[in-house]
Design a protein around this ligand. Structure first.
Ligand code: SUG
Length: 416
C-alpha cells in the first residue's frame, strides 16, 4: 500500500468574518470589527491548493461547516438583542483552520495498523468548541473505510484539545513508523493555554501509540504570552526535520534531547531570537508554514507572503537557502484574509498520511473538481461582510445557499 502525505485544506466558508473572538491570538484581536472578504479569502485558499497540486502533491479538502449554527443559537437562547460576540460565534467560519480539526496518527504508528483521527474538542473558545461534532461527521465520511481508518469522538471537554496544531510527527519517510510529539501549555500566562497535557496523553492512548515513540513537551509560556496560541505558530516538523524558533519550548534543549532519545536522526533547523524575534516570527507566521516533501525528495517551505515583506525574516530565509540545510525552497503564498484572523498556510491544512485510494475520492481535488469549487465560490460567496451584517437574515440566506451550492458541485449533499 502506497502511503502518502495528503493535505486536507479547509475551504474558507462564506461567513468568514473578523469578530475578534480569539483571546491570545494577536491577529484576531487586531483585525476585530474590520470588513472581511469571504470570496477573496476562499479564492486565496483555492490558489494555495492549486499551487501545491502543481508541485505534484495530493490535495484533499474539508468543507465549511453549516453556519449560522442555529443549534448553538438555540442552546444559548440567543436573539437579535444578544451580545454581538455570541452571535458572531454562531457565524464563525473558523473550521477553515483544519490543523485544528483533528489529531492524526498514521497507520505505521498505531497498535492496530489503522490511521487514527480524533477531532479536537476546541473547548477553550466558544466559536471553536461548536465545531467537533460536524467535523467528526465529515471525517467519518472522508475516512469511512474502517479497515484503514478509525475516527474517534473528541477528548472529554475537561481537557482542552486543539488537534494537529499542537502535534508534530518525525519519521524517516511518511510510510515508516514515526515519533509523535505532543506540545501542551500550562495556564498562568496572560493568555489561555489551549492544549492540556492530559488531552494530548489521552489522544496518544486512544490512538494506540507506542509510549516509547511519544514525546510530550511543554510550550514556552513566553511564546504563549507573545501570541503563539498554538505550537504551530512557532514550530513545524516534516520527516526528520524540526523547523523551530529558539524560544518555542519551555526547555528548548531539553525538548531536542527528549525527541532525539526517541528519534536519533532528528535534524533541527532553529531560528535564533537575534535573527528573528519571537514577536516578528508571530507577526509574519514564518513557522506557520507547510514544510513539504516534494516528489523529488527535497523539502520546500510554503510561507505566508508576509514573510517576504519582513527584512529580518526574508534575510534569514535567504541565508538558510544559501546554506546546505534540508529546506531547499521557500515559496510565499497569499493567504492574507486568513492571516488577518491568525491562520497561516499551516493552519489551513490537516495532514493525513494514507493511501489516497482508501480515502473517499469526493474529498480529493483534481483540477476539474477544483475549478468547480472555484466557480461556485466566485459566483456565490459574499464579496464583503461588514460587522453589522452578522446576524442578518439576508446574509444568513446567502451563506446557507452558497455552502449548499458547493456541496452540490462536489457531490457531498449528504453533509447539508
Ligand atoms: O483558533 N482564529 C483561529 C486561528 C486558528 C489558527 N490555527 C492554527 N494555528 N493551527 C483561532 O484562534 C479568529 C476568529 C475571529 O476572531 O473571528 C480565530 O478563530
Amino acid at each position: 500500500m502506497a502511503l502518502a502525505e495528503i493535505n486536507f485544506d479547509g475551504i474558507v466558508g462564506p461567513s468568514h468574518n473578523y469578530a475578534g473572538l480569539s483571546l491570545g491570538n494577536i491577529a484576531s484581536a487586531s483585525h476585530k470589527g474590520e470588513p472581511s472578504y469571504p470570496r477573496a479569502a476562499a479564492l486565496q485558499g483555492i490558489a494555495k491548493m492549486r499551487a501545491n497540486m502543481e508541485l505534484g502533491l495530493t490535495q484533499g479538502f474539508l468543507l465549511p461547516l453549516p453556519r449560522p449554527n442555529f443549534g448553538l443559537m438555540r442552546e444559548l437562547a440567543l436573539d437579535t438583542s444578544s451580545e454581538p460576540a455570541l452571535i458572531a460565534a454562531a457565524w464563525s467560519a473558523s473550521s477553515m483552520w483544519t490543523a485544528n480539526a483533528a489529531t492524526v496518527s498514521p497507520a505505521p504508528d498505531t497498535a492496530d495498523g489503522r490511521c487514527h483521527l480524533t477531532p479536537a474538542n476546541l473547548v477553550t473558545m466558544l466559536h471553536r468548541g461548536q465545531e467537533w461534532r460536524d467535523t467528526k461527521r465529515q471525517l467519518a465520511l472522508a475516512f469511512a473505510d474502517t479497515r484503514h481508518f478509525a475516527v474517534h469522538d473528541a477528548v472529554p471537554a475537561s481537557f482542552g484539545d486543539e488537534g494537529a496544531a499542537n502535534h508534530m510527527r518525525l519519521c524517516e519517510s511518511h510510510s515508516a513508523a514515526g515519533v509523535e510529539v505532543f506540545v501542551y501549555g500550562q495556564q498562568g500566562s496572560r493568555f489561555p493555554a489551549r492544549q492540556h497535557e492530559q488531552a494530548s496523553r489521552a489522544v496518544a492512548r486512544m490512538h494506540g501509540l507506542d509510549p516509547a515513540a511519544c514525546v510530550f513537551i511543554e510550550q514556552n509560556p513566553a511564546a504563549i504570552a507573545a501570541g503563539a496560541f498554538h505550537n504551530d505558530v512557532v514550530a513545524v516538523a516534516n520527516q526528520r526535520v524540526l523547523f523551530t524558533h529558539a524560544r518555542a519550548f519551555a526547555d528548548q534543549q531539553g525538548a531536542y534531547e527528549a525527541i532525539r532519545a526517541a528519534f536519533p536522526t532528528l535534524e533541527v533547523v532553529e531560528v535564533p531570537e537575534e535573527a528573528v524575534s519571537l514577536e516578528e516570527a508571530i507577526r509574519t507566521y514564518l513557522f506557520n508554514a507547510q514544510l513539504l516533501t516534494l516528489p523529488d525528495g527535497t523539502m520546500a517551505l510554503v510561507v505566508p507572503g508576509e514573510c517576504q515583506e519582513s527584512p529580518a525574516v526574508w534575510a534569514w530565509c535567504e541565508r538558510m537557502l544559501a546554506g546546505n540545510g534540508p529546506i531547499r525552497k521557500v515559496i510565499p503564498v497569499d493567504v492574507r484574509q486568513s492571516m488577518a484572523n491568525g491562520g497561516g498556510p499551516a493552519c489551513l491544512r490537516l495532514r493525513v498520511v494514507a493511501d489516497p485510494a482508501t480515502v473517499d475520492p469526493r474529498f480529493l481535488f483534481d483540477e476539474p473538481r477544483l475549478q468547480r469549487a472555484e466557480s461556485v465560490i466566485a459566483e456565490m460567496w459574499p464579496e464583503q461582510i461588514d460587522p453589522a451584517d452578522i446576524g442578518s437574515e439576508t446574509l444568513a440566506k446567502t451563506v446557507i445557499e452558497a455552502r449548499e451550492a458547493l456541496l452540490g458541485v462536489l457531490a457531498l449533499d449528504e453533509l447539508a
